[in-house]
Design a protein around this ligand. Sequence first.
Ligand SMILES: O=P(O)(O)OC[C@H]1O[C@@H](O)[C@H](O)[C@@H](O)[C@@H]1O
Length: 296
Amino acid sequence: MTASAASGQALPSALATLLAATNGRHEAEWEGRSVVLINQAWGSLILSLQGAQLLHFAPHGQAPWLWTSSVPKPVPAAIRGGIPLCWPWFADREDGQGPAHGYARTANWRLDACEEEAEGVELHLSPVEALDPQLSPRVVIQANAQRLRIELITEHRGDTPVKFTQALHSYFAVANAHTCRVEGLAGATYLDKLRGMREFEQAGELAIRGELDRIYHSNRSLVLVDPRTNGERRLSIAKEGSDSSVIWHPGDKPPGDVAEAELLEFLCVEAACTRLDPIWLAPGGQHLLAQQITLL
Ligand SMILES: O=P(O)(O)OC[C@H]1O[C@@H](O)[C@H](O)[C@@H](O)[C@@H]1O
């Protein structure tokens, strides 16, 4: 068991050590990936250039909002944690080809711009190599003491219409996933992957009590309610350009890249465009998928 698994800090101990040694902005290697660390008066973040994946965010003095596994699979696998990008498809591709959740999360990205101000930072990223013959993604991350906003922008640079799906697959750090609630889904219909993708309607607010893998047909803002020893933490999770909210937790079956002691320390609340609301983009068109998180 790693130090972070034992202490429940949401951040692998090696990353916590790198962050503690960072004053301003620093680039380093972690588990074979290049990471950018920012530690400023407003707060801190860590970004992996593999996958343009935010691994950590916390306003100054607050517990981390995101969770990252301390035992990630080696490169070129995706890191489990933070905000992986599922693009240009969510889950399995319709023809069964290619990796689950698409190429973006394992691809190398470059940091095109990093605009630092006293009150926050804005990061711009694009993939090093083309990820699709016609579609071109880019990412914008804005972070400050009040909020975290991530945008996944898809531009169509080809000449025939394209259908795609996607997700901002956010792993939120929680005290105990199986005591959390997600408010804002009451009355929404959902496809339940644990019950053969059959459709159901959400009765009342969603209380997480075990394994869950659902695609809600909803464009609403959600509130993640996380009971902690020092009181409830309530995170508002708003989104744009998405009619699907995916809620996922593996229950008591840890995937290989989750330490057993960390299993209840995260809950995925994803802003997605899935089989329920695929995006059709025409040549020259653009689509913005965004998730914006604030503490209530
Ligand atoms: O293990 P992966 O590929 O990162 O996927 C994790 C989970 O991602 C969720 O979005 C899916 O709904 C789940 O079915 C899946 O298990």
